[in-house]
Design a protein around this ligand. Structure first.
Ligand SMILES: Nc1ccn([C@@H]2O[C@H](COP(=O)(O)OP(=O)(O)OP(=O)(O)O)[C@@H](O)[C@H]2O)c(=O)n1
Ligand SMILES: C[C@](O)(CO)[C@H](O)COP(=O)(O)O
Length: 246
């Protein structure tokens, strides 16, 4: 039986590493804002019942003025995130309906994720309760100490965690209930909280094209990735409308 999915799109971060006048989630990438591209991954899906967009209070006006009408049209509910990414998600959990089976947490700044990847992670989480996309590490990794190489790390089993990360709703809630018992510095993704419960997290193997825009030089890379993909053919009135109106 198909599951009811909710998506939490996290766009409340300060973007410190990106810097600049406009926060990275609101920057234009090939004609549409980064966070808009992330929302579209979920707002058009039949299995997604709720889309929540976490923003910072200081961005309320820009979001409302530039995108408010379309967010309303697509039924996206905005809320104010917190100081840390996990605070944003914890707040979102309070806003989800009781009919939600699976929760997909996505970085607004991973605007190159594909619909296929979203489907695969949802399907994996429906089977195992918890699934994330991850790509094998390709770099040679060194551990540094006092300015010199301490050792070369064996990368054979290392993967880079990405989003969307999808979890059974009850499991993610339980994982967040345990947050106070963990070192906040270690909580850089939601899978970590689920791992801390001892629950297995499935991996959907992907590649590095699901880039997280973190620094300014990531923008042209994201643009090139998006340009390299075949443009989807509009299947109905909703397709061209989204392209034209956002
Ligand atoms: N309190 C926070 C922190 C982060 N995020 C979101 O989580 C995603 C991944 O976080 P990251 O890339 O680390 O974004 P920032 O925290 O904004 O970046 P930085 O660490 O450079 O300040 C981003 O889409 C960001 O907006 C969020 O919703 N709430
Ligand atoms: C979940 C995540 O995308 C893992 O790659 C996370 O948002 C990473 O954030 P970071 O602050 O850049 O580690």
């Amino acid at each position: 039986m198909p599951k009811n999915v909710a998506a939490i799109v996290c766009a409340a971060g300060p973007g410190t590493r990106f810097g600049g006048k406009r926060k990275k989630q609101f920057v234009d990438v090939n004609g549409r804002a980064v966070f808009v591209r992330s929302i579209e991954l979920f707002a058009n899906r039949d299995d997604v019942r709720q889309v929540l967009l976490g923003i910072s209070k200081e961005d309320e006006e820009i979001v409302d003025v530039k995108w408010g009408a379309n967010l309303k049209f697509f039924g996206v509910k905005t809320f104010f995130g917190g100081g840390e990414r996990f605070d944003t998600i914890r707040t979102a959990l309070e806003l989800l309906g009781d009919d939600i089976d699976l929760i997909a947490v996505h970085d607004a700044c991973r605007c190159c994720a594909t619909e296929q990847l979203v489907s695969e992670v949802i399907a994996a989480a429906a089977r195992s309760g918890a699934a994330i996309p991850a790509c094998p590490v390709t770099a040679t990794l060194k551990e540094a100490k006092d300015g010199v190489i301490a050792r070369t790390v064996d990368r054979a089993n290392l993967v880079e965690a990405q989003t969307p990360q999808v979890f059974e709703a009850a499991l993610l809630r339980k994982a967040y209930d345990n947050l106070a018992n963990l070192d906040p510095a270690q909580v850089t993704d939601d899978a970590f909280l689920v791992e801390a419960l001892g629950h297995e997290v499935s991996i959907v193997r992907t590649d590095s094209s699901n880039i997280k825009i973190t620094v300014p030089s990531d923008v042209p890379i994201a643009e090139a990735i998006l340009k390299s993909r075949p443009k989807p053919k509009p299947e109905g009135p909703i397709g061209p409308y989204i392209e034209a109106q956002w």
